[in-house]
Design a protein around this ligand. Structure first.
Ligand code: GRG
Length: 306
């Protein structure tokens, strides 16, 4: 048991689905406003096609929750929250390309390159990625410039060779290799999945003026939910359906990809994910009642069905 303090009844009463629905709405509206169609229209239509295609909006919601946890406002972190979703969407567009995972469906609709062609999809990803940085720099208001710089540096690290790109290249190199080790699998997903979740959480806190100790506790929280998120993703690829996930299923087995279930089996994978979530929640022990959303989101990550 992690939650044994006097806050437990209040924390249990937290209504996560209302919270997520309200936050999603706020993020959707901000994304819609941030990315109007302009010339050259095909590019912007392609960017909006994927950016406004739904999705859980987990990264922006985590960013806003971490900002509020440390005493900041939603408005303070909203540009960074939008930038995180732009970066995440870019990574999905590029991940789905024929030269990467070669997927036809994402978020319940045809992938970007299936609709706009590979050339436009690559450029839409590039434009989303670069605009994300511009958006943070141009529209963040009320934060000390040094904090904004830290956020921009952190976003760059999370995307590049020490983040998404590093994880993706090791993932591609491991495809079809039956000897992929747990260390390699952890490397892939700490970079491909956990790195962006980590900067999502820490960026919100940094903007609100979190201390080094607080950032370090939130980093522990984010790395643990990040790995748990990926373990659940691997499980759902086996146990769920394309209709529920809005993307192809069973691809990991077809591509002979090492996954957590392929190394541990389904039951042990679930146990490991649960254990990581308990450790993630424990990392927030020193925060007060405002940690409710982050605790509930951690539970949601292992309970999710899509
Ligand atoms: C070009 C800079 C650059 C990077 C691209 C393609 C790539 C490098 C990295 C792949 C990263 C990737 C797609 C990781 C998978 C992360 C993951 C678990 C995605 C699913 O996230 P959800 O479930 O999706 O939050 P929704 O649709 O709900 O947002």
């Amino acid at each position: 048991m992690v939650q044994t303090d006097s806050l437990t009844p209040k924390l249990n009463a937290f209504d996560l689905s209302t919270y997520l629905a309200e936050r999603r709405q706020r993020v959707e509206a901000a994304l819609d406003q941030a990315m109007p169609v302009r010339y050259p229209e095909t590019l912007y239509e392609s960017m909006r096609y994927s950016l406004l295609a739904g999705g859980k909006r987990l990264r922006p919601i985590l960013c806003l929750a971490a900002c509020e946890l440390v005493g900041g406002s939603v408005d303070l972190a909203l540009p960074t929250a939008c930038a995180l979703e732009m970066i995440h969407t870019m990574s999905l567009i590029h991940d789905d390309l024929p030269s990467m995972d070669n997927d036809d469906y994402r978020r319940g609709r045809l992938t970007n390159h299936k609709v706009y062609g590979e050339d436009v999809a690559i450029l839409a990803g590039d434009a989303l990625l670069t605009y994300a940085f511009e958006h943070v720099a141009r529209y963040t208001q009320g934060a000390e410039p040094e904090r904004v710089l830290r956020v921009i540096a952190g976003l760059g690290k999370a995307v590049g060779g020490e983040g998404l790109v590093g994880g993706q290249i090791v993932d591609l190199a491991s495809e079809g290799n039956p000897d992929t080790t747990l260390d390699t699998l952890n490397y892939i997903h700490n970079h491909k999945t956990a790195a962006l979740l980590e900067i999502a959480v820490t960026s919100g806190a940094i903007l609100a003026g979190a201390s080094d100790d607080q950032v370090s506790q939130l980093t522990d929280y984010a790395q643990r939910i990040g790995l748990a998120f990926q373990i659940v993703d691997d499980i759902l690829d086996i146990t769920s359906t394309a209709e529920t996930l809005g993307k192809s299923v069973g691809k990991d087995i077809t591509a002979q990809k090492a996954t957590y279930p392929s190394l541990w089996g389904l039951e042990e994978s679930r146990r490991q994910a649960d254990q990581l979530i308990e450790l993630a929640k424990a990392a927030l022990a020193e925060f007060g009642a405002l940690r409710q959303p982050l605790l509930a989101i951690a539970d949601y990550i292992v309970a999710r069905t899509y």
